[in-house]
Design a protein around this ligand. Sequence first.
Ligand SMILES: Cc1cc2nc3c(=O)[nH]c(=O)nc-3n(C[C@H](O)[C@H](O)[C@H](O)COP(=O)(O)O)c2cc1C
Length: 254
Amino acid sequence: MDEAKTVLGQLKARKSVRVWDGRDVPDDVRRAILEAATEAPTAGNQQLYSIIDVRDQAVKDELAELCDHQPFIASAPMVLVFIADCEKWRAIYAAAGVESRPAGPGDLLLACSDANIAAQNAVVAAWALGVGSCYIGDVLERCEAMRELLALPSQAMPACMLVFGYPTERQLARPKPERMPLSTVVMEDRYRPVDEASARAMVAGRSRARGFEPWVRAFHERKYASDFSREMSRSVALYLESFEDWDGGREDPA
Ligand SMILES: Cc1cc2nc3c(=O)[nH]c(=O)nc-3n(C[C@H](O)[C@H](O)[C@H](O)COP(=O)(O)O)c2cc1C
């Protein structure tokens, strides 16, 4: 029971950290985080992901620029890119002389799930070790430049990036942003469309001070209608082009 309390307490307490106190993350802590990542559940025990441990400062600097100019990426002592890796089992198949089809969209989404689940284990493990972290979804942007920077083959796509470091006192004191009420998140038995009351309830905690409509309008401008979100879709559409030939070579049923 005590162990459950500790785990639940850490899940509740964990929040994103974006300012580092300057200490490096020692090798044994790095290894513990990486090992925890690989203990995550994984589809068919295939580990359909690879983890790029970015040590080269020049690569960190470039990642910070490519991911919508976020300088705390460049200053993070530990940077991991979780790659949805649809190349690796094809390489295993090839090594065994097994002919395999190219990976398709289903394979890619499964690999993305695998990669993100491993990443979540990493951030939870890091928090338990006193190390803060932040997800960087913008790693989905700039497909062409990202492929070149990380030497990605066509059927490997970054699913997410994590930056790690020891938090400053101020970061630890920052209140964790409120989540939506559970009643608006959980649906019983089947999908329930969002009505206006529910929409208001979902963001009530955040929009109270400014008012619902102006707060939502500003949020929409900042996030959904932003250049970076359009760039993300353009970039991912390009990655997806490499997953269109999955049925290639399949004989039509007579
Ligand atoms: C998939 C994903 C992508 C994210 N991308 C970014 C990002 O690019 N930059 C950033 O500063 N935070 C990013 N975050 C962190 C979220 O902004 C953060 O989790 C959210 O605001 C809630 O705050 P909390 O984690 O402190 O509770 C991302 C989180 C997730 C799960």
